[in-house]
Design a protein around this ligand. Structure first.
Ligand code: NAD
Length: 251
C-alpha cells in the first residue's frame, strides 16, 4: 500500500501509540484524521501536524460513521489504525467485592466492540476505493496486547477484550480478502504512554528492566514503525504480531 497522499483514520489518535503513529504516517506523506474522545489534546496534535481531528467515541455507531465520513471527506480512506483503548485493573475478587460486571462490559465495549465498529464502517467505505497497483483497497490495523496471552492478574476484562481482537483478525482478513482489504493486529508489550504513566515509577522501572531485549519500555515510534511495515508489505494479512522485546508478563 502506497500511503502517500492517502487518508489514514487513527482512533485513540490524541495520545500515546495513536499519536506516535500519526506523526510517523504524516512524515511519510499520508494524511491523517485523528479520532478520540480527548478533544483538546486531539485538536492540538492535529493543528501541530496540519491534519484533522474528529470527536469519536468508538462505541457509538453515529460517532464512528461521522469519523469515517470525516476521513473520506479528506480523500481516499486507505487505512484504519485502531488504537483507542482502556486498561483498568481490577481483581476478579477484590477488597471491595467482586469485579463489577459493568466495568467488564465497558472494557469489552471500548476495546473489542469499538475496534469492530470502526473496522466494519471503514471497510465499507474502503470497498468502493479504486485498487492500488497491488490490488489493495485498504488496510485495517488493530491493537491487541500481550495481555491477550499472558494471563496478568487484575486484567481479566482487558485480556478478554484483547484476545477477542486477536480472534477476529484472521476472520476479518479472510472475509475482506475478496475486496482487497487486509487486516492485521499488533500486540504491544510494555510501552511508555499515558496508559502506563499512571503506575508508580518503581513499577515502570521494574517493567522496563524485565524486557529481555531491548531492556527498555517500548516507544510510540517502535509501534509506528510496525504500522508502516504493515502498510508497506501486502503479504502481511490476518496475523497478530507481538511487539514486546520477548517479555512474558507474569503475574
Ligand atoms: P493512551 O491512554 O495514551 O491512549 C489511548 C487513547 O484511547 C486515549 O487518547 C483515549 O482518550 C482513547 N480512548 C479511550 N476510550 C475511547 C473511546 N471510547 N473512544 C475513542 N477513544 C478512546 O494509551 P496507549 O498506550 O497509547 O494505548 C493505545 C492502545 O495500545 C490501547 O488499545 C492499549 O490497550 C494498547 N496497548 C498499550 C500498551 C502500553 O503498554 N501502553 C500495551 C499493550 C497494548
Amino acid at each position: 500500500m502506497d500511503i502517500r497522499n492517502q487518508v489514514i483514520l487513527i482512533t485513540g489518535g490524541a495520545s500515546g501509540l495513536g499519536a506516535g503513529t500519526a506523526r510517523a504516517l504524516v512524515a511519510q506523506g499520508a494524511r491523517v484524521v485523528l479520532a478520540d474522545v480527548q478533544d483538546e489534546a486531539g485538536k492540538a496534535l492535529a493543528a501541530e501536524l496540519g491534519q484533522s481531528y474528529v470527536h469519536c467515541d468508538v462505541t457509538s455507531e453515529t460517532d464512528a460513521q461521522a469519523a469515517v465520513d470525516a476521513a473520506t471527506a479528506q480523500g481516499t480512506l486507505r487505512g484504519l489504525v485502531n488504537c483507542a483503548g482502556i486498561a483498568p485493573a481490577s481483581r476478579i475478587v477484590g477488597k471491595n467485592g467482586p469485579h463489577e460486571l459493568s466495568l467488564f462490559r465497558r472494557v469489552i465495549d471500548i476495546n473489542l466492540t469499538g475496534s469492530f465498529n470502526m473496522a466494519r464502517l471503514a471497510a465499507q467505505a474502503m470497498s468502493t476505493n479504486e485498487p492500488q497497483a497491488t490490488g489493495e483497497r485498504g488496510v485495517l490495523v488493530n491493537t491487541a496486547s500481550v495481555a491477550a496471552y499472558d494471563g496478568q492478574i487484575g486484567q481479566s476484562a482487558y485480556a478478554a477484550s484483547k484476545a477477542g481482537i486477536v480472534g477476529m483478525t484472521l476472520a476479518i482478513a479472510r472475509d475482506l480478502s475478496r475486496l482487497g482489504i487486509r487486516c492485521m493486529t499488533i500486540a504491544p508489550g510494555i510501552f511508555g504512554t499515558p496508559m502506563l504513566f499512571g503506575m508508580p515509577q518503581e513499577v515502570q522501572d521494574s517493567l522496563a528492566a524485565s524486557v529481555p531485549f531491548p531492556s527498555r519500555l517500548g516507544r510510540p515510534e517502535d509501534y509506528a514503525r510496525l504500522v508502516l511495515s504493515i502498510f508497506e508489505n501486502d503479504m502481511l494479512n490476518g496475523e497478530t504480531i507481538r511487539l514486546d522485546g520477548a517479555i512474558r508478563m507474569a503475574p
